[in-house]
Write a new protein. Structure first.
Length: 268
């Protein structure tokens, strides 16, 4: 029986052998690199990060860790503190109601309204922050008082600001809901009762100011709607005609000057 020699099969066999040799060399090189990297890693100590509860003889380190946790908690609550314990709530609500009353639902943009409210809040609260810095922060940095005393001194000016802007009726409601005894004076009201009372009072004041802003623009809308109805232009939206008049009256009356001035003076 005669076996024919196929040159293509021999060529394929040679190619497979060469490919196997190349793969073997590549594997040897990779193993060598792995061994070198392992020896280098073994010489350099790797950092270890762990979170756990262990017995610590040094109580100072435990105190520092607890302070860090408390600081992170306060920082996470900082936006709520800025919004709820300052004049930001009243200012932001008034500007939002003014924008709706004028009919310009997207102008000024939300970024402008929030930014203006923040800067006015910093302006209104500047005396309070200066007093906090003078009475609490600087003595704490100078190590003249401890942290508990600094917190009590910092809370004093903020409480005075909230008390000056809180209605007695709202405060009495929260005291009644808490089922606590009637405080002898305003200073004895707990902070946890004063904060929601202050927020309720701020909301009420903001909506009162917003109502007073709505009335002139509402009158303009009613006049324009009556004129269009008497002329038979029932298909024409009144807002398209009244908006230029409202903008013109607001600009001629220097509305931003009056509103910002009234808001700032309302906290005096």
């Amino acid at each position: 029986m005669r076996v024919t020699h196929n040159p293509w099969q021999a060529k394929r066999r040679d190619l497979r052998e060469k490919a196997a040799i190349r793969l073997g060399l590549l594997a040897v090189i990779l193993i060598g690199f792995a061994m070198l990297a392992g020896s280098a890693w073994g010489q350099t100590p790797a950092p270890l990060i762990s979170i756990g509860l262990d017995q610590e003889a040094d109580q100072g380190k435990v105190a520092v860790v607890m302070q860090l946790f408390l600081l992170m908690t306060v920082l996470s609550l900082a936006p709520s503190i800025l919004i709820m314990l300052t004049s930001f709530t009243r200012i932001a609500i008034v500007f939002s109601l003014l924008r709706q009353a004028m009919g310009t639902n997207q102008l000024p943009p939300n970024q402008v309204v929030i930014g203006l409210s923040l800067f006015l809040t910093f302006y209104v609260m500047a005396p309070v922050w200066q007093q906090v810095n003078q009475d609490a922060l600087q003595p704490l940095i100078a190590k003249e008082i401890d942290q508990k005393q600094a917190l009590d001194k910092a809370l004093g000016p903020i409480r005075n600001f909230m008390i000056s802007q809180t209605r007695e009726k709202d405060m009495a409601l929260l005291v009644k809901v808490a089922k606590m005894q009637r405080p002898a004076n305003i200073v004895d009201v707990p902070t946890m009762v004063l904060i929601p009372s202050f927020i309720i009072s701020e909301l009420k004041t903001a909506f009162q100011i917003g109502f007073m802003l709505y009335v002139p623009f509402l009158i303009i809308d009613m006049v324009v709607a009556s004129v269009l109805l008497s002329m038979g232009m029932m298909m024409l939206p009144p807002i398209m005609v009244s908006l230029p008049f409202k903008l013109m009256i607001f600009v001629l009356a220097d509305g931003w000057h009056l509103i910002v001035g009234s808001l700032v003076r309302s906290f005096a």
